[in-house]
Design a protein around this ligand. Structure first.
Ligand SMILES: CC(C)(COP(=O)(O)OP(=O)(O)OC[C@H]1O[C@@H](n2cnc3c(N)ncnc32)[C@H](O)[C@@H]1OP(=O)(O)O)[C@@H](O)C(=O)NCCC(=O)NCCS
Length: 123
């Protein structure tokens, strides 16, 4: 199941009319934070964007699906792999993988300091 499904609007376009990469990055960050917060059982902050590949352009009106999975759990950090698929012509089921990224989130406490991630058995 995708963590997010969203359709970029004209306000999300760059000067060439395609979707602005920074908008895609923000959606990827949101999508990745969902499993990170769930696994850490609390708030998280993004500490690093380890890799980011814009393989194909995204167009206004594409229906984007953001899939995000935990790839590594450390003491206080969680690394997430995010893939983004664009449905371009929905009636023709034309789906393209447009972006992939790996991000690291740190579990934080109420003072915004790193917090130890609980074992799965405690969730
Ligand atoms: C997140 C934050 C609280 C972490 O505090 P810190 O003192 O820098 O963190 P630490 O050095 O103790 O490292 C915490 C974890 O991050 C990991 N980490 C640190 N730098 C990293 C990097 N460049 N890439 C990947 N992981 C990294 C550490 O390995 C550690 O993980 P582990 O405990 O699983 O081994 C702090 O860096 C911060 O507030 N950053 C700003 C966050 C932010 O505003 N993000 C954007 C909006 S959400």
């Amino acid at each position: 199941m995708p963590q997010l499904r969203v359709m970029p609007m004209p306000a999300d376009a760059n000067i060439h009319g395609d979707v602005f990469g920074g908008w895609i990055m923000s959606q990827v960050d949101i999508a990745g934070a969902i499993p990170a917060a769930r696994r850490s059982n609390g708030r998280v902050a993004t500490i690093a964007v380890n890799s980011f590949l814009f393989k194909h352009p995204v167009f206004v009106g594409d229906l984007l699906s953001f899939y995000a999975d935990v790839v590594k759990v450390g003491r206080t950090s969680i690394t997430i792999y995010v893939e983004v698929y664009a449905e371009r012509n929905r009636l023709e089921a034309d789906t393209v993988k447009v972006t992939e990224a790996t991000l690291t989130y740190v579990a934080t406490d109420e003072n915004r300091k790193p917090r130890v991630i609980p074992p799965l058995s405690e969730l």
